[in-house]
Design a binder for this molecule. Sequence first.
Ligand SMILES: *Cc1c(COP(=O)(O)O)cnc(C)c1O
Length: 402
Amino acid sequence: MNVPSEMISFNKSYYHSKMVELISNILVTGNTGGNGIYTKQCQSFMEEYYKFSKVLLTPNCTQALELVSILIDIKPGDEVIVPSYTFVSTANAFVMRGAKIILVDSLPDHPNMDHTLLSSLITSKTKAIVPVHYAGVACDMISIMELVKFYQNEKHQTIYVIEDAAQAIDSYYSGRPLGSWGHFGCISFHATKNISSGEGGALVINDISFIKRAEIIREKGTNRVDFLCGRVSKYNWIDIGSSYLPSDITAACLLPQFEKLAEIKSVRKEQWDRYYSGLLSLSIKNKLIELPSNTQNVIDSNYHIFYIVCKNVGQRDDLIEYLKSHYIQVNRHYVSLHLSDYYNDNYDNINKSQYPNADKYNDLLIRLPLYYDFIYVDWVIYLIYKFFDIQPDFHFPNLVLN
Ligand SMILES: *Cc1c(COP(=O)(O)O)cnc(C)c1O
């Protein structure tokens, strides 16, 4: 393998020629609207393959979260617990309906929320908890579901669990797919995710009592679904809602990718494992960086992200620059919500020292490129050793250095 001589993109969406075929079918037939044949096939696929009770495709994951926020009647004053280290949509969907966001720190050894802190944050106003499965790696869903069950049984307080499974299509926890654990799961098919329609998403409804109203909210607050099934002769406005229905073009793009999920995951796993074993001695022996621990939750995941955690901000910036100068783009990830401008402008008495682990990931985490077509994993490993001026104790037989 030759080394790159121009900038390699950090991410590239998966492509298969069948996607073009189905998209052109839709364009030729002219049935481009929502709820068409491919939308229904995508939903059925996910319901059968993952045994989800109900799946509704949405234009993106952000809007799946917004739909849930309407569905569970979030009102001003309600409290919703979200990790500080996450994407803004996790919080915004609930803030838009008037909720107060309660932030929770990450685990010391993973960006996911520290579930052991949750019980100290729950009050009588707590309406929902939103676990984010960072990198497609599961939060401790057994503890989280036991906690809300305790509140239901002992205090008659319903606390909804909404999994932000944006990064977690085809990830599992304890043998069950992510998105199926909470009352709801929200999945993303954004350009950066394992399978993608550029913009795209899905709402998984596990509490079936919510299905009917979810369909109404998705159809602008009308009973259009009843009308399409012939149950009413005209549809009209019956609830609040918005347009949370994607075009069938989006579904045509997605459908062929579902058949490739296993292959996509195995290619990503190979890259992830290669990064991990290649960089391990820099972490264990030289103590120069921290790697994600290769836990059972990683092994059961969809290998969405490979990240390293640097030792300090100077090292982080120098490494990013060094890799860039050798045509490898690497990126930091979230600005923790407790450090964001919006949070600081809108929330009083913020104690910023409560989130030491989120601070660590905010400051020191960098993501290495990992995607179906990426062929430079060895080159990235080689460069990181070179950056630290350490001689690796293995060879790079496939690397042609010029
Ligand atoms: C990508 C992502 C989202 C947003 O998904 P969209 O489909 O772009 O709306 C939300 N939460 C997390 C954790 C994400 O990674």
